[in-house]
Design a protein around this ligand. Structure first.
Ligand SMILES: [Fe+2]
Length: 384
C-alpha cells in the first residue's frame, strides 16, 4: 500500500452521487483491507461490478501439493528447467509453499485471454527475464526485467507479456498480505528519510479510463479453486478511482543497499514484509570496510527460519554452482553457510555484484513434484 493517488472522475465526497454527462449514475466500489479498518481504494464503475454470472472457469493453474516427506537437506532447484508456456493464468507452477506463502515460477509465452482476480493473497511477481504490461481496473502498468510487480489481492487484471521475448518470472503469493516493512514508515505513513527506498522509486498505474477489450470473463481464485464469472459488459469499466490500494512496480535496482563496518544481517536488506515472511533484495554494493572484515556471510543457524534465495545475476560471494533462475532452500534445523573457499576468498573484497531475491519465512516450506523434477541432487554435499 503506497501513497494515495486519484485519477479520472471521482465525486467530491465518499458515497455521494457521481453521474455521467448524460445523467446516468456511476457505481461506487469500495475495495477495503483488514475488513474496513485498513487501506482502501474507491473506484467508480459505469456498470454494477457485481453482476457476473458463475460459469466453469476456462483457465487456471494447479494448486500446490507437497511431494511428501523428505530428509532435511539444503536444496537447489533450477527453475529455468520448469518448461511450460501458456498464458500467465495457466503457466504458474508452485515449487515451495507453506500456509503464508506460495512460491511459483512461470515462463509465459502469450497474454492472458481472460481477467484474473486472486482472492487468496497479494501476488508479488519478480520478473527475472522478459517484461510486459499489467492491465487492471486501475490502469496499465509496464514492467520489465528486474522489476517487482505487486498485484493486490482481488485486483481484476491480466498480464500481457511482451511477445517474442523469453519470460521467466517468480511469484510470491502472500496469503496474509504483503507491504512495506513498518520500520520504513514514519507516523503519517510516508516512507522515512532513512528507508532504503522512497515513494519516487515506485511506478503506479497509468489510468486511461474505461477499457473494453471484448473480454467478459473474470476468473476468481479462492481457496486455490478457480471460478469463472461471465459479465455482460467489460469488467474494466472504471471511470476513476482514488486510494492507496493499487498495483505498483518497484525495480529491484532502486533498492538502496547498506554496507557496514562489518557484515550486516539480511534484515538490513528487508524490502517487503508479509505474514510470516520477509522479502529481502540483495543488489550490487560495496561491502564491509573494517580492515579485518570477512565480507562473505558467516555460517549461520537462524533457528526458526527457512531461507529461500532466488538468484538473478552476478557472482555470488558465498555459493558456487548456482546461476540466474537457481532457487535454493535452506531449511531451519540445519546450519548453512558459504561454499568451500568462499569465506576465506572474500577477505579483501571491496564490492559484490550479486543480485538476488531472498525470502525468510517462519513456517517450513514444502516442495512440490514440479520442483523435484528440477532439483540439483548434489547440492547438499557441495558444501563439504
Ligand atoms: Fe542464510
Amino acid at each position: 500500500m503506497l501513497d494515495r493517488i486519484a485519477v479520472g472522475e471521482i465525486p467530491r465526497k465518499h458515497h455521494i452521487q457521481l453521474r455521467a454527462p448524460d445523467g446516468t449514475l456511476r457505481y461506487e466500489h469500495c475495495i477495503t483491507r483488514d475488513g474496513f479498518d485498513g487501506p482502501y481504494t474507491i473506484a467508480y464503475h459505469a456498470g454494477r461490478p457485481h453482476l457476473g454470472r458463475p460459469v466453469d472457469a476456462s483457465h487456471g493453474f494447479a494448486r500446490p501439493v507437497a511431494a511428501g516427506p523428505r530428509p532435511l537437506l539444503r536444496r537447489h532447484y533450477r527453475t529455468g528447467d520448469l518448461h511450460r508456456g501458456g498464458a500467465p493464468i495457466d503457466a504458474r507452477q508452485a515449487i515451495l509453499f507453506n500456509a503464508d506463502v506460495v512460491l511459483s515460477v512461470l515462463h509465459p509465452d502469450r497474454e492472458d485471454p481472460v481477467y484474473l482476480a486472486n482472492a487468496d493473497g497479494d501476488d508479488l511477481v519478480f520478473c527475472l527475464e522478459g517484461g510486459g504490461q499489467l492491465r487492471s481496473t486501475f490502469g496499465d502498468l509496464r514492467f520489465t526485467k528486474s522489476d517487482y510487480v505487486c498485484v493486490p489481492r482481488g485486483t481484476v487484471h491480466r498480464f500481457i507479456p511482451d511477445a517474442g521475448v523469453k519470460q521467466h518470472w517468480l511469484v510470491i503469493e502472500c496469503r496474509g498480505g504483503m507491504g512495506i516493512p513498518k520500520q520504513w514508515r514514519n507516523p503519517v505513513g510516508q516512507l522515512r528519510m532513512d528507508a532504503p527506498f522512497s515513494h519516487r522509486d515506485f511506478r503506479r498505474p497509468d489510468f486511461v479510463g474505461p477499457v473494453d477489450e471484448g473480454i467478459r470473463e473474470v476468473i476468481v481464485k479462492r481457496g486455490d479453486a478457480f471460478t469463472g464469472y461471465a459479465h455482460e459488459t467489460s469488467p474494466l469499466d472504471v471511470v476513476g478511482w482514488d486510494g492507496t490500494v493499487y498495483p505498483w512496480v518497484f525495480p529491484i535496482l532502486n533498492f538502496q543497499p547498506r554496507a557496514g563496518l562489518v557484515h550486516l544481517p539480511p534484515t538490513w536488506h528487508g524490502t517487503f514484509a508479509a505474514r510470516g515472511a520477509l522479502v529481502c533484495s540483495f543488489v550490487p554494493r560495496l561491502v564491509d570496510f573494517h580492515p579485518e572484515a570477512i565480507p562473505c556471510p558467516y555460517p549461520h543457524s537462524s533457528v526458526e527460519v527457512d531461507e529461500f534465495l532466488f538468484y538473478c545475476d552476478g557472482n555470488f560471494t558465498s555459493r558456487k554452482g548456482v546461476g540466474p533462475g537457481s532457487a535454493s532452500h535452506h531449511p531451519a534445523g540445519i546450519a548453512h553457510g558459504p561454499h568451500p573457499g568462499s569465506y576465506e576468498g572474500s577477505i579483501g573484497a571491496t564490492r559484490t555484484d550479486e543480485l538476488a531475491v531472498m525470502l525468510d519465512c517462519f513456517l517450513p516450506l514444502e516442495a512440490t513434484a514440479p520442483a523435484l523434477d528440477t532439483e540439483d541432487a548434489a547440492y547438499h554435499d557441495s558444501f563439504r
